[in-house]
Design a protein around this ligand. Structure first.
Ligand code: FAE
Length: 522
């Protein structure tokens, strides 16, 4: 039990045993002091701090608890052999990289099941999100990046940046167990040849790079390379989950929350409706099996309701509640301020004498920095197991355009007003940088990677942000205006852009907000 407290251990064991699935706490008609919707970063922080404060808390998560191994002995499937565990109720996988050399290497037919990755498709944008106890932490690349302070102050002018940078970001980094790759190992391992090559090519164009911290344990990764630990990052695992090495929320915040004895997690429960009661809130939750069969529709009540269902999930619940008259006085700004964090992916082709290497760690650790265009281009792996000569980038740009969510009453679902034209500044910034990299190296773009024959993928994102923006829909600490004891805790609070990967900020902001809420409201 090295490095793990008894209570966390209890939580992990309870999660692993699946004892949380059908606890009495989730029985229809139950009243609990606090309900948390979702189990991503904002939700997990809130659940832990509520539990530690002695507040009885029920977490409702629409995805499954990723604890039981499949027939192959693994909880998650890898990227090259996706099966029903990969995607949320799909007949075919929808991985962002569709193939190489126009061969459909990546996507496969699968059985419809409660898989871990979802792609929510709107007309101009596909949004990737995690489904399961742990939310996005189950599927993401683990890059744990604190935003540039000057930009943070611009994005959140009313948040005390001194306090964020002295207290809440350090706390988030500790709680998420953020670590950095040892440089000597990075410089020597075959598994990051692809990243070092991109650094060399960027350097020829005059651009620098930076190493990015991560929640994947580099100590574990080095043991994977030495053959002392089972391969996960070095075994093409990410996107559909990591079986080892990654300190996801189910191992950290959520396990600790359950370990307090005050928090219960009910997986496969999707909250569909929020209404008011005399003293608090009532929610409707639909419980399903992993095959999607409806088990029960439950009404539960609480005194304090925390929405942590992510930018899409929390905004949908609020918009539906306003538009159907359940919570008619919700602010007009619900749905506003959405952005994909300026995400755009791009693929370049390398010269034959400069291969990327066929061994590639699935966890990205290096980014090209362009201080003039305000771009960071993270060097993403193509762990195909063969030499592809492809360099792949996830560029994060500071695109000022914002979309907005609306509610479609006929279909009873969220719509996103976002056009491809709004992504143009992101593509222009990323292309400006990579055009120079190509020019300096005599290389070109790749058009066979994303489908549709394009080199820049501006039609999907990993970083949905906004919809219930801090200090607009909520007060300065996530309390929804006009509705006491109703809170937003997650990426919906962030107005569309952060300039870096978002989960450290979402975690830090949630820590800051729940500390104030616990002090003043409970
Ligand atoms: P999130 O983690 O999305 O959790 C929301 C949870 O609520 C999910 O588990 C949902 O299933 C659940 N839910 C939704 N609706 C309902 C409902 N009605 N009832 C019950 N449950 C519901 O929210 N970020 C980084 O900082 N670094 C990275 O390296 C990185 N890589 C990424 C790679 C991929 C492929 C993806 C998809 C994302 C990546 N992200 C990364 C983004 C990051 O995971 C994301 O910003 C956070 O997970 C958002 O946290 P939230 O708390 O907002």
């Amino acid at each position: 039990m090295k490095n793990i407290s008894r209570r966390t251990f209890f939580g992990v064991t309870a999660l692993a045993a699946g004892t949380l699935a059908t606890g009495r706490a989730a029985a229809a008609g139950t009243h609990v002091p606090a309900i948390v919707v979702g189990s991503g970063y904002g939700a997990a922080v809130s659940a832990l701090r509520l539990g530690q404060a002695g507040v009885g808390t029920l977490v409702l998560e629409m995805g499954r608890a990723w604890t039981t191994p499949g027939p192959d002995g693994k909880v998650f499937c890898d990227m090259l052999n996706p099966d029903r565990r990969s995607m949320w109720f799909r007949d075919r996988t929808e991985a962002p990289v569709d193939g190489v050399l126009f061969l459909d290497l990546a996507n496969r037919p699968i059985r419809r099941w409660a898989g871990v990755l979802d792609r929510v498709q709107f007309p101009g944008m596909g949004v990737y999100v995690g489904r399961g106890v742990g939310g996005g932490s189950l599927v993401n690349g683990g890059m744990a990046v604190v935003p540039d302070r000057a930009y943070f102050e611009q994005v959140f002018p009313t948040v005390d940046a001194d306090e964020m940078y002295s207290t809440w970001f350090p706390l988030a980094n500790r709680a998420l167990r953020v670590n950095s790759i040892p440089e000597p190992w990075f410089e020597g391992t075959d598994h990051y040849r692809y990243a070092r090559l991109s650094r060399t090519l960027a350097g020829r164009a005059g651009y620098g790079t930076r190493l990015l911290p991560n929640v994947y344990s580099f100590e574990h990764m080095m043991r994977e390379e030495r053959g002392e630990a089972p391969k996960s990052a070095l075994g093409t695992e990410v996107l559909y989950g990591n079986n080892h090495g990654k300190f996801s929320l189910d191992k950290g915040y959520l396990a600790q929350a359950v370990g307090t004895g005050n928090v219960t997690i009910a997986p496969l429960h999707r909250v569909t409706r929020v209404t008011r009661t005399a003293t608090g809130y009532a929610i409707t939750a639909r419980q399903i099996t992993e095959d999607g069969t409806l088990v029960a529709e439950k009404q539960l009540t609480c005194d304090h309701l925390f929405l942590g269902a992510g930018s899409l999930g929390s905004t949908e619940l609020l918009l539906r509640a306003r538009e159907t008259g359940d919570l008619p006085d919700l602010p007009d700004e619900v749905g506003e301020g959405w952005g994909p964090n300026g995400n755009v992916m791009a693929a370049r082709n390398n010269n034959l004498h400069e291969p990327t290497g066929f061994k590639q760690s699935a966890i990205p650790v290096l980014a090209i920095t362009d201080p003039v265009r305000d771009v960071i281009a993270e060097i993403a792996p193509v762990p195909a197991g063969i030499e592809t000569y492809v360099s792949l980038y996830l560029a994060i740009t500071r695109n000022p355009n914002r979309g907005r969510f609306t509610y479609d009453p006929a279909a009873d679902r969220l719509d996103l007003q976002w056009t491809r034209a709004q992504a143009a500044p992101s593509v222009a910034a990323a292309k400006g940088l990579l055009d120079e990299v190509n020019a300096a190296n005599g290389t070109t773009y790749r058009y066979d990677v994303f489908g549709g024959g394009k080199a820049f993928a501006d039609d999907f994102c990993y970083h949905p942000l906004g919809g219930a923006v801090l200090d607009r829909v909520t007060d300065g600490h996530g309390r929804v205006r006009g509705y006491p004891n109703l809170y937003v805790t997650d990426g919906a609070l962030v107005p569309g852009s952060l300039g870096v990967n978002p989960f450290v900020t979402i975690t830090a902001l949630a820590e800051r907000n729940i500390a104030r809420v616990l002090a003043d409201d409970l």
